[in-house]
Design a protein around this ligand. Structure first.
Ligand SMILES: Nc1ncnc2c1ncn2[C@@H]1O[C@H](COP(=O)(O)OP(=O)(O)OP(=O)(O)O)[C@@H](O)[C@H]1O
Ligand SMILES: O=C(O)c1ccc[n+]([C@@H]2O[C@H](COP(=O)([O-])O)[C@@H](O)[C@H]2O)c1
Length: 197
């Protein structure tokens, strides 16, 4: 697990990164800037519990590709969930918080994940423990209004103009960040690679 100093604001950005792409990088940079973060942990998951692992590249490959793509020293690439032997974010977050009680964490994800967030294990607990930042993605712009999570926790959404203080907020608190968008996806990149081979 990366090291963070007491009092820092740290974004946690989990993903399959199968493969990583510029869209991920855009989310990471938007989160660092708009949320006023000191660091962002790019957490390569052993496997999303809601996705098939049939097409999933080995963790070591996804880690190596992420390291090649990311140049910003504030972004820390890690796969520590492998040693926790869990793919469930709620378990990861409980562990991270117990190890870093004086660090301010924010969970960061793209808007497509907001649509299915209510299917995650202990999603209400996650939201009641950690502030959450959602970054817009083509095809999912209205998820901040229509998703089951947004409906259930609409009262906890803060204006994106206040995104810079989200890390200080008592959970539940979340925001939806608009800005430059990328239409890139790992699925499209895998399909392109398959068509060439
Ligand atoms: N172009 C993008 N714009 C905004 N968020 C994105 C974008 N691509 C990925 N994300 C977000 O990054 C995180 C990791 O995504 P993931 O690694 O699953 O990439 P993906 O492109 O969505 O992959 P796949 O197509 O295999 O589902 C998720 O929170 C996802 O919402
Ligand atoms: O904990 C869950 O139930 C859960 C369900 C779906 C996704 N996640 C996490 O969400 C992050 C994004 O996953 P992905 O595949 O969309 O890149 C990654 O860290 C996953 O482990 C977590």
């Amino acid at each position: 697990m990366p090291h963070a100093e007491r009092g820092m604001a740290v974004g946690l950005f989990g993903g399959s990164f199968n493969p990583p792409h510029e869209g991920h990088l855009l989310v990471a940079e938007i989160a660092l800037r708009r949320l006023g973060l000191d660091q962002l942990w790019w957490m390569v998951t052993p496997g999303n519990p809601l996705k098939s692992r049939l097409e999933l590249a080995p963790l070591a490959d996804r880690l190596a590709m992420s390291e090649k793509l990311v140049q910003d020293p504030r972004i820390k690439i890690t796969a520590f969930e492998r040693t926790l032997e869990t793919s469930y974010t709620a378990e990861t977050l409980a562990f991270v918080k117990a190890r870093n009680p004086h660090v301010n964490f924010v969970w960061v994800m793209g808007a497509d994940s907001l649509k299915t967030f209510h299917l995650w294990q202990k999603w209400r607990e996650i939201l009641s423990t950690f502030p959450l930042a959602v970054v817009d993605r083509p095809g999912s712009t209205l998820s901040f209004l229509s998703s089951p999570m947004a409906r259930a926790f609409g009262h906890a959404r803060i204006d994106e103009d206040d995104a810079g203080v989200l890390w200080k907020k008592q959970a539940p608190a979340w925001t939806f960040i608009h800005g430059p968008r990328s239409a890139l996806s790992s699925t499209a990149l895998r399909a392109k690679a398959d068509s060439k081979s």
